[in-house]
Design a protein around this ligand. Structure first.
Ligand SMILES: [Zn+2]
Ligand SMILES: [Zn+2]
Length: 186
């Protein structure tokens, strides 16, 4: 359930190794609903948590796999996502916090990864989802050498070299285009 039960943290700390379907993480559902990205593996979480007073220090790694379109050739491909994270969880006691201290905590929450918990368990879902989202590539590539689509005729140059003339020699992209050695049309 991607939760830490405070009571189960011993003096040696707590090791957690769990899998949760991406559908169980609300923030990941939002991301998957917005674009062509799909989570094709459950989120695998491995964490170590230690208790210091009521503060819980959490270190871990989250892994999953997504299927998303290449930003160059638009073909969907599978990509493994791995996100390390560390966070501090503190009890949420709103009635006991004076306003100045609350400001401090809010600031800290922005600067570091601070999770507020209530009761005897810490919900890690949003924290983990955020780390996974941050680990998603801004410009996903199916492979480093993806040739992309021809800007003139639109063919996927990974599959078929096209018959378009190479761009002007002065273009910084000319060298990339001539790699496919297209035949000149008379
Ligand atoms: Zn590609
Ligand atoms: Zn072309």
């Amino acid at each position: 359930m991607l939760r830490i039960h405070i009571g189960s943290i011993t003096d040696q700390g707590l090791n957690l190794d769990e899998r949760e379907d991406a559908a169980g993480l609300p923030l990941l559902n939002i991301v998957a609903g917005e674009g062509d990205l799909r989570f094709i593996r459950p989120v695998h979480l491995i964490i170590h948590a230690t208790l210091s007073g009521e503060t819980v220090l959490i270190d871990g790694i989250a892994e999953t796999q997504v299927r998303l379109p290449c930003s160059r050739c638009l073909e969907p491909f599978n990509l493994k996502i791995q996100a390390g994270f560390s966070a501090t969880a503190v009890p949420e006691i709103p009635s006991l916090i004076d306003p100045e201290a609350a400001d401090d905590i809010e600031l800290a929450a922005d600067d570091m990864d601070v999770i507020a918990y209530s009761g005897d368990s810490i919900d890690l879902r949003d924290e983990i989802a955020q780390q996974i989202i941050m680990a998603l590539p801004f410009k996903p590539l199916c492979r480093d050498a993806c040739k992309g689509l021809c800007s003139r005729c639109g063919v996927d140059l990974n599959q078929t070299p096209c018959q378009c003339s190479p761009l002007d020699e002065k273009s910084p992209f000319a060298v990339l285009k001539t790699r496919t050695f297209p035949k000149k049309q008379e």
